[in-house]
Design a protein around this ligand. Structure first.
Ligand SMILES: OC[C@H]1O[C@H](O[C@H]2O[C@H](CO)[C@@H](O)[C@H](O)[C@H]2O)[C@H](O)[C@@H](O)[C@@H]1O
Length: 640
């Protein structure tokens, strides 16, 4: 039997997107299907080719550790406060618990520096080990291990061989393109079971009786692999990983509220999407999970968008988790220090080139093609990019009263770029692939760049620059009010159109106008009433927008959460709370979210888990709790 489970109950062989568990060590991440099969993992970096790619094609590799012949778990949960996943299995003969994590241990590079880490080393570091523990709780259970990598997005099946004289350790290697050994990947698998090999499949099977345990660990770390020697060491690795996540979460401020669990899961998902070596932040863990079932709106999100990342920092800041911002701002300084302008996204190592390519050999998730890797939007002009950085730096500088000279030099260039280009059309924050337009939200974010730049210049005592930037900000503000509002007094998608666009919900959240302004109220209510399907918000109507793609898309979750925050701003707290409750009820079984949701059936669509959704959830929940008099306060980014 193939290890990647095929069809359960007559439906699609692919699990629903929302049923994947997400593991991370803040460097690598993976998705675990409910069957216990790891169906997505890219090593050594999250933007590298996959070694387990079954989420995009059932033959592209997976790694299952679970009971033989039982594929539907009795229950799954994260150990509270962590990204450690626990799956409970009931089989006809017994009960089994499997614990999965990507191991985080104490900083261990004491004798030699890391080749990839550019940020200041902390106390913790990824061990580069995917660890899986099994323990039979009652009766007896036949345990099965099938580890079947398929390198290079399923294009390069290699074969396992033993390492050493016993059955405990196997190695499988892929030379990489150009047969360049430095571009290759080797996987090493260690277990206390007896491994056998069948080509690219590493197999083990045993019967566990009550109290029996087993472990398997997979590493891609070439030098000094940190594989546990036995089950006791494996347990210690799970404990250190648990301690890492809980210590990190303890730095945050979470209200004592029934929605706290959603805030904490969102914070953990955002932290899990960081790439610690450089400070980058992924938009999502995956590529090409479809925004339309079986459709072509399939994009690669395994990169660091400036917009997604800075908004994520806003979400974390709202919870008092602001250390990630330091590393991200250093990442910005790295990529922009010697460039004239900034791109909209970078690879996680800071590399600017992200060529888009179609992988025609993959069937796609549930038949959705094409599968894309790389992202052509990297070359677009999107004029929100300057404003989102300036807003984020302003937010963090205000609370710390410190801004590095290195970063300020970069920021000055970014404000000047906004001042130079704000009159030009762009592709907007939704990165449409159609004709450039004068997007209202892009102009508004150019105003943010000048406004926050002005305030930062003032903080530094540079009043001359501050005055000049104030003048340009006023000019942009007036231009948006003159051209971005329709006859109803509603802000529109772009100058001269009457189409609605959810991006303008940011107006009250970024302080472009006060929430009491009639145009703001009219816009928020127009989006709520006219740009929704069954109450959930579309980013725009695809039939009104030249976005360069065919087909419908689902409701955008970031926009739906923005609407919650905006409704609170304009005083519609009851409506905001109802929408927020509804959105929280649509969370995945593990409280994770994809990018979109099908309003008809609540099915999650698009890449997963998606930073955009989780960051907006945090702000929306804090807005509602704050408005209802909880112990938190609404936190618009500009508020003093
Ligand atoms: O709508 C077409 C575009 O869709 C993707 O962009 C979306 O995801 C980005 C990452 O989260 C986000 O920053 C952007 O606002 C979203 O619209 C895709 O990456 C683009 O290539 C595509 O043109």
């Amino acid at each position: 039997m193939a290890h990647t489970p095929t069809r359960r109950g007559g439906g699609s062989p692919f699990p629903p997107i929302a049923e994947y568990g997400f593991l991370s060590d803040c460097e690598t991440n993976c998705l675990v299907a409910p069957s216990g099969n790891v169906e997505w993992m890219c090593v050594p970096r999250p933007d590298a080719p996959s070694v387990f790619g079954a989420v995009l094609d059932r033959s592209a590799g997976g790694f299952r550790f679970g009971p033989d012949r039982t594929f539907i778990p009795a229950g799954r949960r994260y150990l509270p406060g962590t990204n450690v996943l626990e799956t409970t299995w009931q089989t006809p003969t017994g009960w089994l618990i499997v614990t999965d994590c990507l191991v985080v241990g104490r900083w261990h590079r004491t004798h030699r520096r890391s080749k990839t880490h550019r940020r200041t080393p902390g106390d913790w570091d990824a061990d580069h080990v995917l660890l899986r523990l099994a323990r039979c709780e009652h009766g007896d259970v036949d345990l099965s291990l099938v580890c079947e990598p398929n390198f290079d997005y399923g294009r390069s099946p290699e074969s396992w061989c033993y390492e050493g004289d016993d059955y405990s350790t196997g190695v499988i290697s892929h030379a990489g393109p150009d047969a360049d050994p430095s571009a290759g990947v080797s996987l090493r698998l260690r277990t206390d079971l007896r491994l056998g090999f069948d080509g690219r499949r590493a197999l083990a099977r045993t019967t566990l009786r009550e109290g029996d345990t087993a472990f398997v660990a997979l590493t891609w770390r070439a030098e000094d692999p940190l594989l546990p020697a036995d089950y006791r060491h494996a347990c210690a690795a799970v404990e250190s990983t648990t301690e890492f996540w809980r210590q990190w979460l303890s730095r945050g401020r979470f209200p004592d509220h029934p929605w706290r669990r959603h805030l904490q899961r969102s914070a953990l998902a955002l932290k899990g999407l960081t790439y610690a070596p450089t400070g980058a932040l992924l938009a999502a863990a995956t590529t090409s999970l479809p925004e339309t079932p079986h459709g072509e709106r399939n994009w690669d999100y395994r990169y660091s968008w400036i917009r997604d990342s800075t908004f994520a920092l806003w979400g974390l800041y709202t919870l008092g988790l602001d250390h990630e911002a330091d590393d991200f701002f250093s990442f910005i300084a790295d990529v922009a220090e010697h460039a004239d302008d900034i791109q909209v996204m970078y690879r996680v190592g800071g590399e600017p080139r992200i060529d888009e390519e179609i992988l025609g050999h993959l069937s796609g998730y549930d038949g959705a093609t094409p599968v894309r890797v790389g992202n052509a939007a990297a070359e677009q002009r999107q004029h929100d990019v300057w404003g989102v950085i300036l807003d984020s730096v302003y937010l963090h500088t205000r609370s710390r009263d410190y801004l590095s000279e290195r970063l300020w030099t970069v920021l000055v260039r970014l404000v000047e770029a906004a001042a130079t280009h704000w009159r030009e059309p762009d592709r907007g924050m939704w990165e449409v692939r159609g004709k450039p337009q004068h997007f209202t939200a892009s102009k508004m974010l150019c105003w943010v760049a000048l406004d926050r730049g002005r305030q930062l210049a003032q903080m530094r005592g540079d009043y001359t620059t501050a005055e000049r930037w104030r003048g340009i900000a006023q000019e942009i503000h007036a231009d948006v009010l003159a051209n971005g509002v329709d006859h109803r007094g509603v802000f529109t998608q772009y100058y001269g159109s009457t189409a609605l666009d959810a991006s303008v919900l940011l107006m009250p959240l970024l302080g472009f106008l006060p929430p009491t302004d009639d145009r703001v109220k009219a816009t928020v209510l127009a989006v709520a009433d006219e740009l929704t399907v069954d109450g959930l918000v579309l980013r725009y109507r695809t039939d009104e927008t030249d976005d360069g793609a065919e087909g419908e898309e689902g409701a955008f979750l970031i926009c739906s959460f923005w609407l919650v925050s905006a409704l609170v701003e304009i005083g519609e707290v009851t409506r905001a709370r109802q929408l927020c409750e509804r959105l929280l009820s649509l969370a995945s079984p593990l409280d994770l979210y994809a990018e979109e949701i099908d309003p008809a059936d609540g099915r999650h669509l698009g890449n997963f888990p998606q930073a955009f959704t989780h960051l907006a959830l945090i702000n929306a929940v804090m807005y509602v709790i704050g408005a209802e008099g909880g112990d938190s306060h609404p936190q618009p980014s500009y508020a003093g």
